[in-house]
Design a protein around this ligand. Sequence first.
Ligand code: AMP
Length: 146
Amino acid sequence: MYKKILVAVDLSDDSQRVIDTAKMMADDIGKLQLVHVVEPVAAAYSMDIYAVNISELQQEAINFAEKRLQELGANIGIGSDSVHTLLGAPAPEIRNLANEIGADAIVIGSHGHSGWKILLGSTAIKVLHGATCDVMTVHVGDEAKD
Ligand code: AMP
């Protein structure tokens, strides 16, 4: 039985399926921690010619993600100290956090926003490369709903 499971969610509709599967892997809800990584708003857009405040936009994205992640956690009884909203590149951030908290398993969806047809380069594969703990993929996507 795993002692600490890090569950990576992209906040899409499939997130619940990933969380539910992780829940089945733990005999105690206290063993689960959730993570979502907000990707930085591309530097290409941070030019003065666009009348957009990039840092405000970035903060809004973080606030939204934080709120949504807390809700997903609260739905199954995970406290706010066990949910992590990070900023950066998803795969390395997920791996680093798993190391930091001493997770012995990462649970992640097989597909996400990028669609079920894109296999290579998916976050799950990137997390797997270089992971120092078990990585379990939960089959999500169109065919998973059939
Ligand atoms: P994708 O690489 O977009 O196909 O997503 C595959 C899975 O990786 C998703 O189902 C999530 O479990 C996880 N994932 C994708 N993006 C993120 C993210 N920004 N933060 C945390 N987990 C993510």
